[in-house]
Design a protein around this ligand. Structure first.
Ligand SMILES: Cc1ncc(COP(=O)(O)O)c(C=O)c1O
Length: 438
């Protein structure tokens, strides 16, 4: 889709950011190591971070922002939480990677198995992408079928098979599917429309006994924030059961953010398999996939499905994950996330509508989003009706006023335990002023 960049007007002090990004452009493709960071769809140059703390990020020019990106999700207890930092400092003295089993892997595994209703066994990897590509191989190995069904606008990392009508950076940059992905790699990838059970039913009918797995974001965050309907999730579960197809919830974004037992607990649906990432690494690189014991027993060396990793389960990443999940288990954490996020999104929507903008949006726990369209937005196609150029202007206006939002109209926002009422009020005031300008 066409992406219109906002004019890069700025009153922020950005000299150092500009100098560093200019150099980065000569060293890294597009100046970044992950595409959406480059601000391509919102206009202007990216801010170069110097440090993060609690709910804030600080750039190299000395500007401070309330951060609603949270490193794209992991920073749920707040950036550089002193207890996480202390645990990591202690662990680092014992080494960063063993390439051999360590007890910390059991500790994190037990927490995951205990909290996530459908997970009986888990395998740790290093990113969400790795978790999703591994789970696809597992679904195929277990069912002895090849086809995969995903939803338009859902992002499951950048493995070849998933780069078909994907969300996130692929949607942000308006790219179709990526060059370099052989047609053969996506030939077995089928797509359906999110929240549209009939489109799923038809796909099952047209591919009888051929679909290994259905994967989805149980709450979409990669086409902007789009919640599922309860009937959609229940219908998917039933269709998968009826067709001998595995259901995988990609909870890389929603895992331990939507609820203590992830989105599957919130909605009361039991998938066969789950992928995790972000929060379980507490800011270090971790991903995981897990599920029913009989399926997970297929994974090498217990079974024949091969998957491995030099740094998988490394003690540093396990430590950050364990401490983060420990903090999240304290009383009142999810209530806090729900309260601050609810206040934030309601304040933004009210301010926008009062200023005459057509808007819709919502939140579940510490995940939120809004669109510049009347809505409702139930699927990616609905999301594309939103005014992305206006979002670009809004993003820039908020940045100028000390609020760091995801630099794309197609990404959800995240809060943390560190976000206070005062941060939210500052944000709503900034939004009120920005809505009057755009
Ligand atoms: C739902 C979902 N799945 C998979 C991924 C890929 O994870 P990673 O970026 O850690 O490879 C993401 C990343 O944002 C995601 O949101």
């Amino acid at each position: 889709m066409a992406v219109v960049a906002a004019p890069p007007k700025t009153t922020l002090k950005t000299e150092k950011s500009e100098k560093i990004f200019k150099e980065a452009l000569t060293l890294l493709p597009g100046g970044v190591n992950s595409p959406v960071r480059a601000f391509k769809s919102v206009g202007g140059q990216p801010i170069i971070f110097e440090r993060v703390e609690g709910p804030y990020c600080f750039d190299v020019d000395g500007n401070k922002y309330v951060d609603y990106v949270g490193s794209w999700g992991p920073a749920i207890v707040g950036h550089a939480h002193p207890e996480v930092t202390e645990a990591l400092t202690e662990q680092i003295k014992k080494g960063t990677s063993y390439g051999a089993p360590c007890e910390l892997e059991n500790v994190l595994a037990k927490i995951v198995i205990d909290r996530v209703p459908s997970i009986e066994m888990v395998r740790f990897v290093n990113s969400g992408t790795e978790a999703c590509l591994s789970v696809l191989r597992l679904m195929r190995a277990y069912t002895k079928r090849d086809k995969l069904l995903k939803f338009v606008g859902c992002y499951h990392g950048h493995a070849d098979s998933y780069l078909v009508q994907a969300g996130s950076g692929v949607a942000t940059l308006g790219l179709p599917d990526s060059p370099g992905v052989p047609a053969a790699s996506t030939a077995a990838t089928l797509t359906a429309t999110y929240n549209d059970l009939e489109s799923v039913r038809q796909t099952f009918e047209a591919n009888k006994d051929e679909i290994a797995g259905v994967i989805l974001e149980p709450v979409v965050g990669n086409s902007g924030f789009i919640p599922p309907t309860q009937e959609f999730l229940e219908g998917l579960r039933q269709l998968c059961t009826d067709n001998g197809t595995l259901l995988c919830f990609d909870e890389v974004m929603t895992g331990f953010r939507i609820a203590k037992g992830c989105a599957q607990e919130h909605f009361g649906i039991t998938p066969d398999l789950t992928t995790l990432g972000k929060v379980i690494g507490g800011g270090l690189p971790v991903g995981a996939y897990g599920g029913r014991r009989d399926i997970m027993q297929m994974v090498a060396p217990a079974g024949p499905m091969y998957q491995a990793g030099t740094l998988s389960g490394n003690p540093l990443a396990m430590t950050a994950g364990i401490k983060t999940l420990e903090i999240l288990d304290r009383p009142g954490t999810y209530e806090h996330l729900d309260k601050v996020t609810g206040k934030l999104i309601q304040g933004i929507l009210d301010a926008g509508r009062e200023a005459g903008h057509e808007m819709c949006g919502g939140h579940i726990s510490g995940m939120f989003g809004f669109f510049f369209t009347k809505g409702p937005v139930n699927c990616f196609e609905d999301a594309t009706k939103a005014d992305t150029a206006k979002f670009g202007r809004f993003h820039r206006g908020m940045l100028e006023k000390g609020v760091y939002l995801a630099p794309s109209a197609y990404e959800a926002g995240f809060t943390s335990l560190a976000h206070t009422d005062a941060d939210v009020e500052h944000t709503i005031q900034a939004a009120r002023e920005t809505f009057a300008e755009i």
